[in-house]
Design a protein around this ligand. Structure first.
Ligand SMILES: Cc1cc2nc3c(=O)[nH]c(=O)nc-3n(C[C@H](O)[C@H](O)[C@H](O)COP(=O)(O)OP(=O)(O)OC[C@H]3O[C@@H](n4cnc5c(N)ncnc54)[C@H](O)[C@@H]3O)c2cc1C
Length: 362
């Protein structure tokens, strides 16, 4: 068996580590000059969105021998709507760094891989398919899945973010749900140290709304400075437009596996995709090693995507007034229990309750 992995990101590297654990040495093709050679950003692994897995980091090491060091554990999350705020406390998950940093998740995974990595790769999927018995598509986008008509795109998203310098509590993340700033989307601040954080705005591209992303980000920047009562200096910026979210129809087509964002690991509700990306990489390797069937193993990931799209569509029907009411209710011991109780799956519960009211166009 000769396996090629296209893309040395989260899913591709998790796949490679798992294959190696079972005696298969894949060959990895990465288009960039090294692992993680892109903008630095802070991301989160939130327990409430990975349930029944409550602690992604422990799960990956104990069950799959994949070791990741987060930037910090999240013990506080403040969610702001236009006029209200909810403060949630407990073991909520982890923050981590991505991109061009020594301890970014992809850099940490890269240090656990022994297989050959070809950088600056210009190999196409078709060329790899001709050379290898199996190809794992892990390019972090849906391009090939779309090209082969194996992708259902549900929406695209625009994202603008910056690294800001200031003084932060590394154990606290902040979120803004204010549609005057980010229509039907959200803003967030994720610290990746005591001195640096990512301030990001993200919203769906809806044809009926024209949004000046520059202006939206500036408004979030003003809000964040006011809440934190300090000036923040901007050191690095990034912007992504038309970032697709969707799901492939079939995770395995012949001897090709679609993993990570190629599979459709991004949850359309709030854009979380790290846990599912790592898991799809591991599951593709398990199928290749005869330890299970990819389609079967990925069923829960598919289901959580479908639950998440219900929440996304529900979010697109809310107003700032309803958001104020929701946030006010969340700011209670009931709200905290819903988010922190490891036995509850808020995504599943909310989608179950909302499903009858949300008509999905596919
Ligand atoms: C701004 C932003 C913030 C996010 N925040 C969060 C968050 O807080 N929590 C969360 O869970 N998720 C978050 N996500 C989603 C998460 O980052 C992705 O779901 C995850 O990184 C996808 O992993 P992947 O393996 O599919 O792709 P990646 O990790 O992006 O890896 C893809 C790799 O493939 C390489 N590649 C691309 N094309 C080719 C090619 N033709 N040939 C060879 N190599 C190629 C790339 O260079 C890259 O190294 C965020 C995403 C963005 C954009």
């Amino acid at each position: 068996m000769r396996v090629a992995i296209m893309g040395a990101g989260l899913s591709g590297l998790a796949c490679a580590i798992t294959l190696e654990q079972h005696g298969i040495e894949p060959v990895i093709y990465e288009k960039r000059s090294r692992i993680g050679d892109r903008f630095v950003n802070g991301e989160v692994l939130l327990s409430m969105f990975t349930r029944p897995v409550n602690d992604s980091i422990a799960y990956l090491s104990e069950q799959f021998g994949i070791f990741l060091q987060p930037a910090a554990g999240i013990s506080k999350m403040t969610i702001y709507s236009k006029h209200k705020k909810a403060v949630l406390k407990g073991q909520l998950g982890f923050t981590n760094v991505r991109g061009r940093e020594k301890n970014s998740f992809e850099a940490q995974l890269g240090r656990q891989v022994k297989s050959k990595i070809h950088y600056h790769s210009e190999k196409t999927y078709e060329e790899l398919l001709a050379e290898y018995t199996h190809v794992v598509l892990a390019t972090g986008d849906s391009d090939y899945a779309k090209k082969t008509r194996n992708f259902r795109e549900d929406l695209t998203v625009s994202i603008k973010g910056a690294t800001v310098e200031g003084s932060f509590d590394p154990y606290e993340v902040m979120t803004w749900l204010d549609y005057e700033i980010a229509p039907f989307g959200y803003g967030y601040l994720i610290p990746f140290s005591e001195k640096e954080a990512n301030l990001v705005i993200a919203f769906p591209d809806l044809s009926e709304i024209e949004i000046d992303i520059e202006h939206s980000w500036d408004r979030l920047y003003q809000k964040a400075q006011a809440e934190l009562q300090q000036g923040l200096s901007v050191t690095d910026r990034f912007q992504i437009t038309g970032y697709p979210m969707g799901l492939c129809h079939t995770g395995r087509v012949g001897n090709t596996f679609y993993v990570g964002n190629c599979f459709g690991a991004m949850m359309p509700f709030m854009g979380f995709g790290q846990h599912a990306s790592l898991m799809t990489g591991i599951y593709a390797a398990h199928d290749l090693c005869g330890l299970g069937h990819y389609e079967e193993l990925t069923k829960p990931i598919r289901q959580s995507y479908e639950n998440s799209i219900i929440l996304r569509r529900a979010m697109e029907r809310l107003s700032n007034e309803t958001l104020d009411t929701i946030i006010q209710h969340l700011d209670s011991s009931w709200g905290e229990k819903l988010i922190t109780n490891p036995k509850l799956d808020p995504l599943k519960m909310a989608s179950y309750l909302l499903r009858p009211y949300i008509k999905l166009t596919q």
